[in-house]
Design a protein around this ligand. Sequence first.
Ligand code: PLP
Length: 409
Amino acid sequence: MGLDFILNELKALEDRALMREYKTIESAQGPYVQINGKSYLSFCSNNYLGLADHPKIKQAAIAAINQYGWGACASRLVAGNMLLHEELEKKIAEFKGTEAALLFPTGYMTNVGAICALAGREDIVIGDKLNHASIIDGCRQSGAIFRVYPHNDVSQLESLLLRSSTYRRRLVVTDSVFSMDGDTAPLPEIVEIAQKYDAIIMVDDAHATGVFGQHGEGMIGHCGLEGKIDIIMGSLSKAVGSIGGFIAGSRHLVNFLKNKARPFIYTTSLPPAACAASLAGLALIQEDTSLIYKLWENIRYLKSQLSEFISNISAESPIIPIIIGSAEDALNLATRLYENGILIPAIRPPTVPLGTSRLRISLMATHSKEDIDKLTTTLKPQMAQKVKLSVKSVVAKDFKEGYAQTDVG
Ligand SMILES: *Cc1c(COP(=O)(O)O)cnc(C)c1O
C-alpha cells in the first residue's frame, strides 16, 4: 500500500495517452529553441512579440540586478515593497487606462486571489465554460456558488443572471481571448448584460495584453470599453515576455485586494529585476507597434496557408488550434512534427474537453514567413494521412475521467 496508488494512476494516464511530460529547453525562448542539442522551430510559446529574449529587456533586468540585487525576500506588506514594484504598477495602470493596479507573483495567483477576495459563500460567480483553470480554481476556492454558461453564450449568461437576484453579489468573469481555442469573448454584449443586472464584471486579458488594441493595451481598449470593466486581470508572462500577474481597476479595488487577497499577502513579492523587465516590455509594446503589426501579419498568413488544407480554421488571435479529436491521435501528430523539427505539444484533457485534443499553434512576431511555410509544408502531408486512428477504448475511458477542469456547476 502506501504510495502504490501513484503507480496505478500513472499507468492509467499512460494507457490513455494522457501522461504529461516536458522537454528540456537548452536555449533562450525564441522562434527556435534547442532541445538535446538540436534546433526546433517552436510554435507553442506565449512569447507573442518575441520579447522574452529582447536585448532591451535583458539590459533592464541586468541593470536592476546590479542596483537592487535579486530577491525581494519578504511580502509586499512586510518589507518586500520596492521602488520597482510601485513603478510597474503605475505603468500598468497607465497602460490599461485605470486608476491603479496591483501586482501578484503570477497570473494564476492573481485570478485565485482576486476572485476569493471578491466572492464568498453568499455570492455567485458566473463564468464562461472555457475560462482559464486559474479562474475556475479561484471560483472553487472562494466558496461562492459557481455557475458556467456554454462558451460565449450571452443569452445563457443572461438567464443565469435573471435567476440569481437573491445573492449578495454577482460576479461575471470571462477570458477575453480563450487560451486553448484562441477565439474571443463578445465583450460588449457581456458588459451590457452584466450592467443590466448590476453584476460586477471581471475580464481576464492575459492573452490580449500586448496583442490587441492600438498600442497593445488589450481587448478592453480594442473594444472601446474603457472604464466599463470593474476588474481587469492580466499577465506579464505572455506577450510582455516577463513574469507576474496584475489587477487593474479603481484605487479602492486595489486597496481592497491589498488587504484581502491572500495570494498577494502571504507570499514574497516579485524580484525587482522581474519588474524592471516588465517595465521595459510594456514600454517596448507601446513604442514599437511594428511588433504587433508583424504578429498580425503572421496570423493572417498562417490562416491563409492552413485554410488550403484544413477547413474551418479560425484565427482570431495568435492562438490557432487544430482540433484532432482523441488524445492519442493528437499525441501521434505532435510526435511526427517533433521528428520533423517542429515543437507543438498536444493539448489533451483535462485541459480541453474530451474528444477535442488538439495541436495548439501559437505564433510570434519573430517567426519569419519561411518558418510558417515550414510548419504548413510539414503539417499538410500529416493531415492528409489523417493520423491513423487506433481508438482502443480511449474515448470511453476518457469520458469517465471527463473534463475535470471546467465540469462544474
Ligand atoms: C496564462 C493564463 C493565466 C495565468 O497567467 P500566469 O502569469 O502564467 O500565471 C491566467 N489566465 C489566462 C487566460 C491565461 O492564459
